[in-house]
Structure formats: C-alpha cells, structure tokens
Design a protein around this ligand. Structure first.
Ligand code: SF4
Length: 401
C-alpha cells in the first residue's frame, strides 16, 4: 500500500510483521531483511498463520520470534518481555480467546480510499474490513487455518466488531467486507452482528465468505441476511470434480453447488465462487467443465479470471501431508518458497496451468469476459459466452491468497 518508512525503523526495538497469507509472507520476509539492514539490534517478529506454519525456516533465516493463531496477547507479552530485558520466546501459538481485544487502532494505516472498493450497479463504494470471527471449525485438508486452529474458532465480541465498523464508516466506508474465514461458523453471532449493523446503519451493505456446506445448512438465514444488507457471498467451490472435493475434504459435492447457488439467489444475494482448479487429482477435462458451468449458471462475471489458474499450495504442516497414503505427485520441500513442490502426473495439466496463469497475468487490465473466452479456448472448451443477465457486485481487487 505504501513505501516502507525507514525513519521509525531506526528507533524501533520491536518490529512485528503480519503475515496472514502466503503472499504476505513473501513480502514480509523482504521487510524483515530491510529492517535488519537498517537496525540489526531490532527484534523482528513475524506473526499470523503463515509465520507459524513456516516457523522453523523463518527462525533460522528471517526473524527472531514467530507468533501464530490468536496473536494479540502474544504480541503484548512479547513487547513486555523485551521491555523487562528478559529473553523473548522463539515461537508461541495460541487459539484461546484473547484476554484483551481493543477496537483496532486504524489511525496509522493508509486511508480507507487506498484499499479495494465495491463496484455495484454502476457506482463505487468505499469498503470497511472487519472480522467477526477467526479460525474455523472445519478441517479442509488444503487449508492453512487447519494446522494452526485445529477445528477451533474464536468469535470477536459483538460490540468490538460494531465499534470497528463504526469507525470505518466515520472514515467514509459504505460497505463492509467480513474477512472471517467463514462468516457462518457461528451463525447466531453472525446474524446478531448483521442485525445490529443494519439497525445502526440502514444504508450499509456487506459481503462475507461462507462455505457451500453452510449455505445449504443455514439457507433459512439467507433472506434475513439479505434484508440486513448482504449483497454477495464469496464461497470456495474449488472444483466440480468429486474426487478433488473428497481429497480436500471440502464438505460438499459438485451436486451441492447449484443447490447453494439457487438458495443464495432466491434470497436476493449473489454468489462469487472461488476455485482451486489445479490439484494433483484434477483431470484435464475438469477445466472445460468449470467454464461450461460458469456459462450455464450465469456466473461468468462472478468469477475473477485468476480463479481459473490457481494451483494448490502446500505449506509445511498441511493436512494433505498427514497419513501414509501414496503421494506420487509430491516433490521436494522448498523453504524459500514456503511450501512443498508438487507435479501433476499428467504433464498437460501443469502446462495448461502455466499457460493459463501467463495469459491472465498478461491481461490484467483487459476485459474479463474476453479473458474468460480465451482461457476457455486454451482449456479445450468453446462455445458462445452469452450476455450477462445479472449485474454482480464485486470488489476491485481479486480475492486469492
Ligand atoms: S471451511 Fe474454509 S476456512 Fe474452514 S477449514 Fe475449510 S477452507 Fe479453511
């Protein structure tokens, strides 16, 4: 978002870098290296999901402490330990509800208009981002949350969530993205927050991430969430190949996807699927199926083109590496890539992924529908892409980790 300000780093005794996702970790280690150049005496901590997953390598090469899971209390304790001149921990993880959870201080962050915006019905709105919960009660095998939270989730106190929304509305936000891994892990908690936010700010709209399984299980809640302002739901469809979905333990089948789509649309909400098309279990013919599904269900504008190119990440500790099932696709561990390499048994699948990713990269500023058609042709599919029947709200930044 902005250049690294070096002056504060010269005075800092503790520099804590948030690395909740893979991309953040890649950037974070570059920041850590720069901090060490500027002030070799500063204590460098990396915190967040990807810090704890890669703890061994990070401690050996990039930082002094790694913290994971519920990091707030751990960060405060680290600062106090350093203040007292005591030896700080090398690593610590917690999934316990924090003792202290103040409303986030956003004064030091870039202004809200620097972040992704909502595009809806020809207008653009500033967007607030809050978490109503962290962690997840599910065990999808490819998910980086699972090795850290192990089926637990923590609900953020309602008043704190609402106060954080309030301060971002004061800064100009008209829409809220709930950044929870899954908004309906605690449906009562989620519904109360949505009701209260809608009562306090009737014009406010929001979006949330909800898994297909929860959309079906809690479909009776969807109409009320829509009345409270829920515009769209991001949901990890991942694949339409049941073997892939079983391998990932996603908790849904391909047949559940159109049912969830219908439930969401009947409530007046739009669905924005995310995909994981490239896994060791993917068949070449899965790709044309995905494009055909998007066309058949009027989802072409609901799926960012980059989603058709995403490849499974295997961080250390991934549940996909548990057990002794054969993994002929597994290759070496690459510490600086923060994960395991894998190779599809059918080289054409890997080749298609590389070509698709390059195509999307080269067309970042191009018309998304044209990119869709080109990707579809590349994957061996084809056919007309009909004009859209619906206007699907979107954030101006594609969502992926
Ligand atoms: S439901 Fe989502 S957040 Fe929860 S384990 Fe599965 S992929 Fe992760």
């Amino acid at each position: 978002m902005e250049k690294l300000a070096e002056e504060p780093l010269r005075r800092a005794r503790l520099v804590a870098i948030s690395v909740p996702m893979h991309t953040a970790l890649r950037l974070g280690v570059r920041v850590a290296a720069r901090v060490r150049e500027i002030d070799p005496a500063a204590h460098v901590a990396l915190f967040g999901l990807y810090a704890i997953l890669n703890a061994e390598h990070l401690l050996a090469k990039h930082c002094d402490t790694v913290l994971g899971g519920e990091s707030v209390d751990l960060l405060v304790e680290l600062a106090r330990t350093l203040e007292r001149g005591e030896a700080p921990p090398r690593s610590a993880t917690s999934v316990a509800r924090p003792r202290q959870e103040p409303v986030p201080s956003r004064g030091g962050l870039p202004l809200i208009d620097r972040y992704a915006r909502l595009e809806v019905g020809g207008e653009t709105r500033l967007v607030a981002s809050v978490e109503a919960s962290r962690g997840c009660k599910h065990f999808c095998r490819h998910c980086p949350i699972v090795p850290v939270y192990r089926g637990k989730f923590v609900a953020v106190p309602r008043e704190q969530v609402l106060a954080d929304i309030g301060q971002q509305i004061s800064a100009g936000a008209q829409h809220v993205t709930f950044a929870d891994p899954d908004f309906l892990n605690g449906p009562t908690h989620a519904l109360r927050i949505a009701r209260e936010a809608s009562a306090r700010w009737p014009e406010l709209t929001f979006d949330a991430t909800v898994k297909i399984e929860h959309l079906l299980q809690h479909q009776d809640l969807l109409p009320e969430l829509a009345r409270c302002g829920l515009l769209f739901v991001t949901s990890a469809v991942e694949s339409l190949n049941d073997e892939v979905l079983r391998a990932l333990r996603k908790g849904h089948t391909a047949a559940d996807v159109p049912l969830a789509l219908r439930a969401v649309r009947e409530a007046g909400i739009e669905l924005r699927p995310t995909l994981l098309p490239y896994t060791p279990w993917t068949r070449l013919r899965d790709l044309p199926d995905l494009f055909d599904f998007a066309v058949a269900h009027d989802l072409v504008d609901a799926i960012d083109p980059v989603q058709y190119t995403l490849r499974l990440l295997l961080p250390p500790g991934s549940a996909l590496l548990d057990g002794d099932e054969p993994r002929p696709w597994l290759r070496s561990f690459e510490p600086d890539g923060f994960g395991w390499n894998w190779q599809h048994e059918d080289q054409r699948v890997d080749a298609l992924q590389r070509e698709s990713a390059a195509l999307v990269h080269s067309r970042a500023e191009s018309d998304a529908r044209e990119t869709f058609a080109l990707l579809r042709t590349l994957a061996g599919g084809g056919g007309r892409v009909p004009a859209p029947k619906r206007c699907i709200p979107r954030l101006t930044e594609s969502w992926f980790c």
